[in-house]
Design a protein around this ligand. Structure first.
Ligand code: GAP
Length: 407
């Protein structure tokens, strides 16, 4: 029974990895030279999906709030940063009885001037080292947060499970600064915020679980951590983390804050919601991959929400060798939709059935077909990805129709 389940899970991962490659989402890094383990390159649809996820996150946690300040810090930082935070001493995994530091070391500068530096293993420190800059520039009142999306690097001993454990990946992190006595309140608050974002993204919430990380397993800076775990096909594993970092980082960097309300200097404490972009993509692929039977054929497709899908709609002339259909589809349907929505595809490859299958696999919610009736009555067929149902819509109503369906 267990073996059968493992086989099913292996098959599901194989299907997702193969779809991602075949349809231009995600490729192995340095593939034509045999691949570089723990790195992936993102193709056209993968970039679109990842950008939509990041934009959605930024909109919720930065743009729609009054208490959040964005940062985009350098990946290269002075090694003193990582000495101060304990990463040089502690950021290690066991390898044959020894501790192997998983920070990626590099050299900055040439000759005698060359200094050791590290590619950041977390985006968090880029925010802490800009705490003073942010306070001086914006004068925020507690509580407030800093947010960053960016690359992080770890020389993982055993990268595996597709996007799950990589050496180069992206994080979306928030450092939320609070008064120490409020930490439990804001820990709960951010737990709920993270859960609500996962749901909005379209993750299968039945697969999301909270794990209270025991003392012995917590990072050296954390007094409480919850891991949000996800039932990936290869097992229940960490998706995102929420940590109470106390005043560890600001104290370490000798930073403080003048609390006018309390009338003196304090070192704020920090709640840190930390979310990996790549694990978000993987969890979303697993949540969205669906199989059903259409016209006696099994179809596999990605059931993305329209606001997250790489392509919102595809436009097709019924026949690509009929110039009157192609011209109408191009000028009257594709061009105006493309100008408004951007993520619109032109698809005239193969017969209509093949186009539908292809767009289903990409996760395109709507396929629009221009046929001979269109030339007579200015209506088109709009086919729904999930139900396969088709309806006729007036060309003049198309923009409003799509807007309504994706809102
Ligand atoms: N600033 C806190 C921090 O970096 P972490 O639990 O080590 O905490 C945060 O990492 C998140 O980054 C994880 O929950 C996961 O989503 C993502 N992540 C960590 N290591 C990763 C790796 N090797 N490959 C892909 N994503 C990773």
């Amino acid at each position: 029974m267990k073996e059968e389940k493992n086989n099913e899970s292996d098959k599901l991962m194989e299907k997702i990895v193969s779809l991602c490659k075949r349809r231009g989402f995600i490729f192995q890094g340095s593939e034509i030279y045999g691949g570089l383990a723990g790195t992936f390159d993102w193709g056209h649809f993968g970039v679109a999906l990842k950008n939509n996820i990041k934009q959605n996150w930024w909109k919720k946690f930065v743009d729609s709030r009054r208490d959040m300040y964005g940062v985009d810090a350098a990946i290269l930082m002075r090694q003193e940063v990582w000495q101060a935070t304990g990463h040089v001493a502690n950021f290690a995994d066991p390898l044959d009885g020894k501790q192997f530091n998983t920070m990626l070391k590099t050299q900055v500068g040439a000759g005698e001037e060359a200094a050791t530096s590290y590619l950041r293993p977390e985006t968090a420190q880029g925010m802490f080292v800009n705490f003073k800059n942010t306070v001086d520039a914006f004068h925020p009142k507690l509580p407030f947060g800093m947010a960053q999306i960016g690359k992080a690097f770890r020389n993982e001993i055993a990268p595996r499970d597709f996007l799950f454990r990589q050496r180069e990946f992206e994080q979306m992190e928030i450092e939320y600064f609070i008064r120490s006595e409020d930490w439990e309140k804001y820990f709960e608050y951010w737990k709920e915020e993270m859960l609500s974002w996962m749901e909005e993204l379209g993750l299968d919430m039945a697969k999301v679980h909270e794990l209270e990380v025991p003392d012995a397993d917590r990072a050296h800076y954390s007094k409480r951590t919850i891991d949000f775990e996800f039932d990936f096909p290869f097992g229940r594993k960490e998706l995102f983390g929420l940590a109470y970092r106390t005043d560890f980082d600001l104290s370490t960097h000798k930073l403080e804050y003048i609390d006018e309300d309390a009338g003196g200097k304090i070192v704020p404490h920090v709640i840190e919601p930390s979310m990996g972009v790549d694990r978000a993509v993987l969890a979303l692929l697993v949540s969205s991959y669906t199989e059903d039977t259409k016209s006696d054929e099994v179809r596999g497709y990605l059931k993305f929400k329209p606001n997250i899908a790489p392509i919102i709609c595809a436009v097709s002339p019924l026949l690509k060798n009929k110039s009157e259909l192609v011209e109408y589809a191009n000028l009257k349907v594709y061009a105006p939709l493309k100008a408004v929505f951007g993520r619109v595809a032109w698809d005239d490859n193969g017969n209509i059935g093949k186009r539908y299958r292809r767009q289903d696999e990409i996760g395109t919610p709507f396929c629009i077909v221009v046929d001979f009736d269109t030339l007579e009555d200015n209506t088109v067929t709009v086919r729904d990805r999930d139900t396969g149902e088709q309806e006729r819509v007036k060309v003049s109503d198309l923009q409003d129709y799509i807007k309504e369906r994706i809102s």
